[in-house]
Design a protein around this ligand. Structure first.
Ligand code: ADP
Ligand code: ZN
Length: 433
C-alpha cells in the first residue's frame, strides 16, 4: 500500500473532492465524540450539517496547544480507549505534557506517510536505515522506524545518544540512510570526520527534522558526510514526523494533503491568507481516528508553495518554518516555553527574585542553555551552602518540568539589565533561520 505516487499526483479537483468527503465525515465524528469540539461548534452556532466541504473549513473553530493540556490526558480522543493502541507525548506550555493517541489504522497511515517520503527519495528494501531519533514518548523514533520497516528496509533502532557507538554502528552495519535531528547529524558528521572514518561509511542520504535548520547547515552536513540531506517536518499534535517531507528536488516539503488540510492565517487577525504569503500554519487532520484535530494553530510561521513541483506530485509544498508566532524554543530537540521556567522560579520562594534571563547558543553543534536568576539580597548575605542548595533545587525542578538540563547561574541583585518596555527574557544566539 505504501507506493502511493498516484495519490500524491491527483489532479487538484479530485484531491479537493477527497478532502471534502473526509472533512465532512471527520467533523461529524468529532462532533459526536469530542466534547471540546462540540462545545466550540455550539458556541459558533454550527452543526456538522453546515460543513459541506473544504470551502467551509474557514467556518470551523480553531484548536490550540492549551486544549491538549486542558483535556489531559485522554479528553480529546475521538475513539474509545480500547481502540487506542499507542500514545505519544510532547512538552506542553506549562509543565503538563500533551498526549495523543493512535488507533491501529492511525499507525498504519502514519507508516504509509513516512514510507512515501522514503520511496520518493529512492530508498528501497535494500537500504539500511539507522534511526537515531529518540525512541519513547517522542514521536521521532517510532515514526521513522515504521516507515522504513514498511518498505522492507533493514532498520537499526539505534535511538539517540552515544555518538561514538552511533558511528561504529554506521560503519559495521553498513548504514545507507540516517534519520535524526539536523543538529545531531552535524555533530555525527563532524565526529566521523575527526575520527577519519568518513570513507568507511556507506551512508548516501539523511532525513533530518524535528527542529529548525538552515540551508547553510544542510550544505555543511552534505559536504562533511558526502550525502544528500532532506528535510522532514511534523508535530505531535498532528501526527509526529511525516506531516510533510521533501522530495528529491529539495524545494519545499510536500504536505500529505490527502490526510491533512493546511491553511496559512494571519496570527493577529486570524484571516486566511492566500498561498505564498507568510503566516501561521494551521492544520486539520481528516483521516486520524484517535486524536483528530480541527484547525490546529501550530504557531509555526511558514509559507505554502502552490506551483507544481518538478517531481510531478500535486501536493502543496511548505517552506521551512521561518520562526514561531509564540515564544516556544526548541532546545536540543525539546520544546521549551519561557513560561515553564518562570513557573518554577516563582515557586522557588523568596531566596530569588523573578528577574531572569534565558540564554541559548549553539557550541560544537550542541545547544547550550543558560538561565541567569537574580538572588534576593537576603540570599546574597547568607552562606555559600544556602546559595548552592537553592541553585541545585532550581536545576532539579527545571529538569523535572522541562525534561532537559539547564545551566542555572545565580547572579547578584540588579545585575540583569532592565528593559524599559517588555522584558527581554530570551536571548537566542543560534542562527536557526
Ligand atoms: P517533533 O519534535 O516530533 O517534530 P514536537 O511536537 O515535539 O514534534 O515539535 C514540533 C515542532 O517542531 C513544530 O511545530 C516545529 O516548530 C518544529 N519542527 C519540526 N520539524 C521541523 C522542521 N523540519 N523544520 C523546522 N521546524 C521543525
Ligand atoms: Zn516534489
Amino acid at each position: 500500500m505504501y507506493y502511493q505516487k498516484e495519490q500524491e499526483c491527483m489532479p487538484r479537483s479530485e484531491l479537493v473532492k477527497l478532502q471534502s468527503e473526509r472533512l465532512v465525515a471527520q467533523v461529524k465524528r468529532m462532533y459526536n465524540n469530542v466534547e471540546c469540539f462540540r462545545n466550540r461548534m455550539n458556541e459558533k452556532g454550527l452543526k456538522p450539517e453546515d460543513i459541506h466541504g473544504v470551502e467551509d473549513l474557514h467556518k470551523l473553530p480553531f484548536s490550540y496547544k492549551t486544549d491538549l493540556r486542558d483535556y489531559y490526558p485522554y479528553g480529546l480522543f475521538a475513539s474509545p480507549l480500547s481502540d487506542i493502541v499507542r500514545v505519544h507525548a510532547s512538552s506542553g506550555t506549562t509543565g503538563k505534557r500533551i498526549v495523543v493517541g493512535y488507533t491501529r489504522n492511525d499507525l498504519d497511515l502514519w507508516s504509509d506517510m513516512m514510507a512515501r517520503q522514503l520511496v520518493a527519495l529512492g530508498v528501497t528494501k535494500d537500504d539500511v536505515v539507522q534511526v537515531s531519533f529518540g525512541y519513547g514518548l517522542f514521536t521521532g523514533g517510532f515514526g521513522a522506524h515504521a516507515g522504513a520497516e514498511k518498505i522492507g528496509c533493514l532498520v537499526i533502532p539505534n535511538s539517540s545518544g552515544n555518538t561514538a557507538r552511533q558511528i561504529e554502528t554506521m560503519i559495521d552495519f553498513g548504514t545507507t540512510v540516517l534519520y535524526c535531528t539536523p543538529s545531531y547529524a552535524m555533530y555525527l558528521a563532524e565526529t566521523a570526520e575527526q575520527m577519519g572514518v568518513i570513507d568507511k561509511l556507506k551512508l548516501r542520504m539523511g532525513i533530518f527534522g524535528a527542529e529548525p535548520w538552515t540551508e547553510e547547515m544542510r550544505q555543511k552536513i552534505e559536504k562533511t558526510f558526502k550525502i544528500k540531506a532532506y528535510d522532514v517536518y511534523g508535530l505531535t499534535e498532528i501526527l509526529g514526523p511525516g506531516v510533510s517531507g521533501e522530495c528529491q528536488y529539495q524545494a519545499g516539503m510536500h504536505i500529505n494533503e490527502d490526510h491533512f488540510i493546511p491553511e496559512i492565517i494571519d496570527p493577529e487577525t486570524l484571516e486566511v491568507l492566500p498561498y505564498g504569503e507568510v503566516g501561521e500554519l494551521v492544520f486539520t487532520t481528516i483521516t486520524k481516528e484517535g486524536s483528530p484535530i480541527i484547525r490546529y494553530r501550530t504557531r509555526d510561521l511558514c509559507q505554502l508553495i502552490a506551483e507544481p513541483c518538478k517531481c510531478g506530485r500535486t501536493h502543496l509544498r511548505m517552506k521551512k518554518p521561518q520562526g514561531r508566532s509564540d515564544d516556544m524554543l526548541i532546545i536540543r530537540g525539546v520544546n521549551v516555553f519561557p513560561s515553564q521556567i518562570e513557573e518554577v522560579l516563582l515557586k522557588s520562594g523568596n531566596a530569588i527574585t523573578p528577574n531572569y534571563q534565558i540564554i541559548v547558543d549553539r557550541v560544537d553543534n550542541t545547544d547550550t542553555f543558560d538561565i541567569l536568576v537574580e538572588m534576593s539580597s537576603d540570599l546574597v548575605a547568607s552562606d555559600i551552602k544556602s546559595i548552592v542548595d537553592i541553585q541545585n533545587k532550581i536545576k532539579a525542578d527545571l529538569r523535572t518540568i522541562l525534561g532537559i538540563g539547564a545551566n542555572v547561574k545565580l547572579v547578584s541583585p540588579n545585575s540583569i539589565t532592565r528593559s524599559e518596555g517588555k522584558a527581554k527574557r530570551v536571548i537566542d544566539n543560534r542562527k536557526l533561520v
